[in-house]
Design a protein around this ligand. Structure first.
Ligand code: G1P
Length: 291
């Protein structure tokens, strides 16, 4: 019998140093870089909320206290906005606080993504949980995490977000070997972190959205370093294949990269271009750019 429990927590790894954005991220956490009117991390939180998650477990590190400040109340700012009648801004400020409950856990050392996720074990407890890497924004159609939660409701197994990439790009991602398929769902038979293109078992890349189970968390707590000398989330998932089924979903819509300066710029321009309020200003600005 399938035992399905509601996905209530979303683990959001946000402990990295943001070295791809220096010096912009010397003091500012990279997750607080804006895309339009809100920081990257808020886009991730809103995606998790849309998937029915009520508690965000943000994995953070020393010096990134501003992450929590963004989702906390700001009484002075709120009083001032209220007194000045800036009610739209007041609502926007309060909305971030009311989106969800937040728990913050520290990753003491940068030992890898799998280590970051296992730092959330005590908060998540014995339940399935979402995991969302804020380096990508879900764009178009139904938010990606909600698609995975739907699949989890049906299958009650770990669910990985998969997308096909050209062979030469697979070494930037975890890669899934799959067997039987049911439409966009594929049963995963093996996973390998960042394989060389010639060793990759498929062109299916594991993207930064997951629904994971207590068995994966237990495996993560037990494993040692893998690719790059880091504790790999992919290895924790691989460790449960065999004792439990794992499925991957070729999701609909897109994940847009905001984890590199180039990707962030492209995402910003795309988001602005598609926004009814900012689109015209962007096109006017672009018309003035030569070349
Ligand atoms: C991580 C995971 C990798 C996954 C990728 C998605 O890698 O380890 O399996 O494909 O996220 O973005 P990272 O981008 O942290 O190197």
């Amino acid at each position: 019998m399938r035992r399905h429990m509601q996905v209530r927590h979303c683990v959001i790894p946000a402990a990295g140093l943001g070295t791809r954005f220096l010096p912009a991220t010397k003091a500012l956490p990279k997750e607080l870089l804006p895309v339009l009117d809100r920081p990257v991390l808020q886009w991730g939180v809103e995606e998790a909320v849309a998937a029915g998650v009520d508690t965000m477990v943000v994995v953070t590190s020393r010096g990134k206290e501003l992450l929590a400040a963004h989702f906390d109340a700001a009484p002075e700012l709120e009083r001032t906005l209220e007194a000045r009648g800036k009610l739209d801004s007041l609502e926007a400020v309060r909305r971030a606080t009311r989106l969800a409950s937040f728990a913050y856990v520290y990753q003491p050392e940068p030992l890898g993504l799998g280590d970051a996720v296992r730092c959330a074990a005590a908060v998540v407890g014995d339940r399935p949980f979402g995991c969302l890497l804020p380096d990508d924004l879900s764009w178009g159609s139904k938010p990606v995490l909600a698609q995975l939660v739907d699949a989890h409701r049906e299958l009650a197994t770990p669910i990985l977000a998969l997308t096909r990439v050209p062979r030469e790009r697979i070494s930037r991602f975890g890669c899934a070997m799959v067997a039987e398929s049911r439409g966009r769902l594929h049963r995963v038979t093996a996973v390998v972190e960042k394989p060389a293109p010639e060793d990759a078992p498929s062109d299916l890349a594991i993207m930064g959205r997951y629904v994971l189970t207590p068995a994966v968390m237990e495996a993560l707590v037990a494993i040692g370093p893998g690719a790059g000398g880091e504790i790999q989330l992919t290895d924790g998932i691989g460790a449960v294949i065999g004792s439990t089924a794992v499925w991957g979903l070729e999701f609909e819509g897109e994940l847009l990269d905001v984890g590199t300066l180039e990707g962030w710029l492209q995402t910003l321009v795309r988001a602005a271009a598609e926004h009814p309020g900012y689109g015209p200003a962007l096109r006017r600005a672009m018309a003035g750019v030569s070349g």
